[in-house]
Design a protein around this ligand. Structure first.
Ligand code: NAI
Length: 471
C-alpha cells in the first residue's frame, strides 16, 4: 500500500516539525496537521509560527498551502487520511492513581476515540507520542469497540527521537527511524507502508522494524539512558567540586573510550525539557506495576540526582553570596530548557528562580526566545492566591543580558545560548555595571572562567573549583 494522505493529530513540538518535514520530502503526500487549539493552528497558518526551531520556518513556508495544511477540523483531517499520526501530549498524571509518575493517556484516548467515531475507510494509526509499553493494545481495543461498520485499523508505533533545538536537522538526517508493528501479515504490510514514507529521504537501513512492544519500550529506554548519562556526569561534578578534579577533563577522559563515546557527557545545572523526567517516571511507574521495585528504584535515582543537582547549585550560589541573597539582585541568563528553543517545560531555570524568590531575592531574567508571559506563567503556582503578585514583585523580565545584569550581585548562566558566550557578550561592560564583588555562576560550563576572573568576576563553575590544578 502507498500512503497518499497523512493526518497528524497534535500540532505541537513533535507533530508540527515531523509532519512539516514529511511534506517537505514527500511532495506526493498530502499532509494535514490538526489540533483542537485554535490559537496554535492560527499561529501555524501565520508568519509567526507557534514554536521556534532553526530551519522550521523555511520548510513550513515552502510547503504550506501546497501539500502541507494546518486545521482545527480534526474530523475532516481523519476522514481524508489513510495514515494518522497521533502526536498529542502525554504529560505526567497530576492526580489519581500513579499521580506524579504515570503518563496521562487521556489525550491519546480522546484522539483514538475520535478516529474510531469518524473514520469511514481503513486507517493506519501511528503512535507518535511517547507512551507506556502496550498502549497500542488499548488503542486497538478502543478502535475496534467504537468504529462504525467493519473498518480495518492497523496500529503502528513510530516514536520520535528528535531533540528540540535541532529538530529539523534530526528529522532530515535521523540516526534511525523506529517502526513497530504486530508481526502479522497485515501488521507488516502497514509497517512497510510507513517505511515507504520515510524512505523518500531516509536510507532503508536506518529504518528499524520491530514488534510493537519493543518499539514502545525503546523510546522510554533511549530517553532513560540519555538522562542517565547526564545524571552520571552531574553526580561526578559534585565529587569534582569537592576534590579539585575538573568535570570537563573527567568527561573528556571517559568519553575518549569508544565504548562510552564523547556525546552527552556535559555536566550542567540539570536536564530539563518535557520528555526526560516524564519518560523516566513513566518507566518507573511501568516497573512498579510490573512488580519490579528494584528496577523502578534504579531509574528513579536518575530523576532524584537531577533534582539534587539543581538544589546543589542553588546552595552553592547562596553560600557564595555570604549565605544570604535577601534583597540581592540575581540576573538569570536563559530561561529555556536548552539553547535554540523557546520551550521552557521542566527548565532548570524555573526551579532556580523559585528558590531565589523564596529567599527574597530580586531576580532579573533574560532569554532571547521565551515570551515574558510564558516566564510569568512558569513561575506562578496555579491556584495559589497572591502568588502571581509575589512573583511580579520579585521578578523583572529584561530584553537584554546587559539590562538584566545592571546592578546585579550575581549573574547565573542557566541556558547555553550562543549569545551568552564570552566571545559574543561584552562581559567587561557587564562587570562594570554590576555590584561588587560581581559573582558569576556558570551552570553550563560555557565560559572561559580564567579570562572572566581576570576581568574581576568571582566565577564559580559546576564541577570545577578554583583549586583545580593546584597541589
Ligand atoms: P505538545 O503539547 O507541544 O503538543 C500536543 C498537541 O496535541 C497540543 O497542541 C494539543 O492541543 C494537541 N491535542 C491534544 N489532544 C488532542 C486531541 N484530542 N485532538 C487534537 N489535538 C489534540 O506536545 P509535544 O511536545 O509535541 O509532544 C507530543 C508527544 O511527543 C508526547 O507524547 C511527547 O512525549 C512526545 N515527544 C516529544 C518530544 C519533544 O521534544 N517535545 C520528542 C519526542 C517525543
Amino acid at each position: 500500500m502507498t500512503v497518499k494522505s497523512i493526518c497528524c493529530i497534535g500540532a505541537g513540538y513533535v507533530g508540527g516539525p515531523t509532519c512539516a518535514v514529511i511534506a517537505y520530502k514527500c511532495h506526493d503526500i498530502k499532509v494535514t496537521i490538526v489540533d483542537l487549539n485554535q490559537a496554535r493552528i492560527d499561529a501555524w497558518n501565520s508568519d509567526k509560527l507557534p514554536i521556534y526551531e532553526p530551519g522550521l520556518e523555511e520548510i513550513v513556508m515552502e510547503r504550506r498551502g501546497k501539500n502541507l495544511f494546518f486545521s482545527t477540523d480534526v474530523d475532516q483531517g481523519i476522514q481524508d487520511a489513510d495514515l494518522i499520526f497521533v502526536s498529542v501530549n502525554t504529560p505526567t498524571k497530576k492526580s489519581g492513581m500513579g499521580a506524579g509518575m504515570a503518563a496521562d493517556l487521556a489525550y491519546i484516548e480522546a484522539a483514538t476515540r475520535r478516529i474510531a467515531q469518524v473514520s469511514k475507510t481503513p486507517k493506519i494509526v501511528v503512535e507518535k507520542s511517547t507512551v507506556p509499553c502496550r498502549t497500542a493494545q488499548s488503542m486497538r481495543t478502543i478502535l475496534e469497540a467504537n468504529s462504525t461498520g467493519n473498518i480495518r485499523f492497523d496500529i503502528l508505533s513510530n516514536p520520535e527521537f528528535l531533540a528540540e533545538g535541532t529538530a529539523i536537522k534530526d528529522l532530515l538526517n535521523p540516526d534511525r527511524v523506529l517502526i513497530g508493528a504486530l508481526q502479522t501479515p497485515e501488521g507488516i504490510k502497514a509497517q512497510n507502508a510507513l517505511v515507504g514514507v520515510y524512505t523518500h529521504w531516509v536510507p532503508r537501513d536506518r529504518c528499524i522494524t520491530t514488534n510493537l512492544w519493543s518499539s514502545e519500550l525503546s523510546k522510554l529506554a533511549a530517553n532513560a539512558m540519555l538522562a542517565q548519562r547526564i545524571s552520571s556526569v552531574n553526580a561526578l561534578s559534585a565529587i569534582c567540586e569537592a576534590t579539585g578534579a575538573d568535570v570537563d577533563e573527567v568527561a573528556y577522559a571517559c568519553g575518549r573510550d569508544t565504548r562510552l563515546g564523547s556525546k552527552f557527557l556535559k555536566a550542567s545545572v540539570g536536564f530539563g525539557g518535557s520528555c526526560f523526567q516524564k519518560d523516566i517516571l513513566n518507566l518507573v511507574w511501568l516497573s512498579t506495576q510490573l512488580n519490579l521495585p528494584e528496577v523502578a528504584a534504579y531509574w528513579k535515582q536518575v530523576v532524584d540526582m537531577n533534582e539534587h543537582q539543581k538544589h546543589r547549585f542553588v546552595q552553592r550560589i547562596i553560600s557564595t553570596l555570604f549565605n544570604t541573597i535577601t534583597n540581592k539582585k540575581i540576573a538569570v541568563l536563559g530561561f529555556a530548557f536548552k539553547k535554540d528553543t523557546g520551550d521552557t517545560r521542566e527548565s532548570a531555570a524555573i526551579t532556580l528562580i523559585k528558590s531565589f524568590i523564596q529567599e527574597h531575592a530580586r531576580v532579573a531574567v533574560y532569554d532571547p526566545k521565551v515570551e515574558p508571559e510564558q516566564i510569568m506563567m512558569d513561575l506562578t503556582e496555579p491556584g495559589v492566591v497572591d502568588n502571581r503578585k509575589q512573583v511580579e514583585q520579585h521578578v523583572q523580565i529584561c530584553s537584554s543580558a546587559m539590562e538584566a545584569a545592571q546592578g546585579a550581585d550575581a549573574l547565573i548562566i542557566c541556558t547555553e545560548w550562543d549569545e551568552f558566550k564570552d566571545t559574543e557578550l561584552d562581559y567587561s561592560k557587564i562587570y562594570e555595571s554590576m555590584n561588587k564583588p560581581a559573582f558569576l555562576f556558570d551552570g553550563r560550563l560555557m565560559l572561559d572562567a580564567p579570562k572572566l576572573r581576570n576581568m574581576g568576576f568571582k566565577v564559580q563553575v559546576i564541577g570545577k573549583t578554583e583549586l583545580a590544578g593546584t597541589a
